[in-house]
Design a protein around this ligand. Structure first.
Ligand SMILES: Nc1ncnc2c1ncn2[C@@H]1O[C@H](COP(=O)(O)OP(=O)(O)O)[C@@H](O)[C@H]1O
Ligand SMILES: [Mg+2]
Length: 361
């Protein structure tokens, strides 16, 4: 039912533009993998290479272990869902869903059964005789999904499938897509530029940057252990800083960050004999409290420059002693963290295990 997708050293350029640059990637059978990256980084081209709408300049595409690099789209066991849904406007929901089955030569009776199955799967049984213009955006998206899944492809490709929906509906559909994928067990390769969407739905996320895969892993791995500056900054809010090694003690190293403050990180996280490296600290990993009376507390001082209300949390812009800037998050409305205002002096603490060392510079 589901199949692996493998790209081996795949490259694709359009004139002078390198859209995909030597990508190698294996998607497991039944996996939900998301290609996440900024606009223009090559996500759609990667999907089109898997679908067969583009042929790579170099490298190979395999589906279910068989090479399909030069096979046309209809000879690949793959189907897709587009951002625009691309439903047939004059066909009913039933006819839209049955369309691919008719092309496959599925008998009328079998088509009926499959359509009913798909309608139940996407909870649209009430809308079977409507036309697309009589449906809401979310319902259209479900029809598009049902239509794409009806022929039971081994792999489903989804290019920004939720982009046209409003924020609330998008969140509901994220959960639904994930449930649906579990239920049918089909391999899903989804493209999005929305990090929250990628983190919420995927078994693994491949972060794409300038036609290359920057990092691939489970959502929590990408979030907690970004491997590069790009990964740290694209997902979540991170402070990327230059750090210099100023001391070693048992099990940890002491770093000076800018000229402003010092931090400890576990020695194992530091790149060998390097003296300088870039580090990343997630905004919400900076703990804020009132400046301590004694100088004993580990941490450093800063001043709140700006505070932006973001609902569940406040985003604070901090200035350290050397004039460096940091972004911190504080839970709104809590007596401790949430009560700081612009101009206040604060004490910042970062646990050594929350400092991510990105690599020697
Ligand atoms: N058919 C094409 N002709 C020329 N350039 C293209 C074509 N398709 C994509 N590109 C270029 O390749 C790069 C990657 O595009 P795309 O894969 O659509 O990125 P994404 O989906 O991540 O936004 C972009 O610079 C884009 O302009
Ligand atoms: Mg795209």
């Amino acid at each position: 039912m589901s199949a692996t997708v493998e790209l081996r050293g795949v490259a694709k350029r359009f004139g002078a533009v390198v859209a995909v640059d030597e990508v190698s990637l294996t998607v497991q059978a039944g996996e939900f993998l998301t290609l996440l990256g900024p606009s223009g980084c090559g996500k759609t081209t990667l999907l089109r290479l898997i679908a067969g709408f583009e042929t790579p300049d170099r490298g190979a595409v395999l589906i279910g272990g068989a090479e399909v690099t030069h096979l046309p789209p209809h000879r690949r066991d793959v189907n897709q869902v587009f951002q625009s849904y691309a439903l047939f406007p004059h066909l009913s929901v039933r006819e839209n869903i049955a369309f691919g089955l008719r092309l496959q030569g599925v008998t009328r009776a079998a088509r009926e059964t499959r359509v009913a199955e798909m309608l139940a799967l996407v909870a649209l049984a009430d809308c079977v005789d409507r036309q697309p213009h009589q449906l809401s955006g979310g319902q259209r998206q479900r029809v598009a999904l049902a239509r794409a899944l009806a022929p039971r492809p081994a792999v489903l490709l989804l290019d920004e499938p939720l982009a046209a929906l409003d924020a609330r509906l998008r969140q509901a559909m994220q959960l639904e897509l994930k449930r649906l994928q579990r239920q049918v067990g089909t391999t899903f390769v989804l493209v999005t530029h929305d990090q929250a969407e990628a983190l919420a739905m995927s078994d693994r996320v491949a972060l794409v940057n300038r036609g290359r895969i920057e990092q691939i892993g489970r959502a929590t791995e990408l979030y907690d252990r970004p491997a590069t500056e790009f990964a740290a900054e694209f997902i979540g809010q991170a402070n990327v800083l230059e750090a210099e090694l100023v001391g070693r003690s048992e099990g940890s190293v002491r770093l000076r960050v800018g000229a402003g403050f010092e931090l400890h990180v576990p020695a194992a996280a530091w790149p060998g004999e390097a003296t300088r490296a870039k580090i990343a600290i997630r905004a919400e990993k900076i703990r804020l409290c009132a400046p301590p009376a004694s100088g004993e507390e580990p941490g450093f001082s800063a001043r709140v420059e700006e505070k932006v209300f973001q609902g569940a949390s406040d985003r604070l812009s901090l200035v350290t002693a050397d004039g460096g800037r940091l972004i911190a998050m504080a839970q709104s409305g809590y007596a401790g963290q949430g009560s700081f205002r612009p101009g206040d002096a604060v004490w910042c603490a970062v646990r050594p295990e929350d400092v991510v060392v990105l690599g020697a510079t």
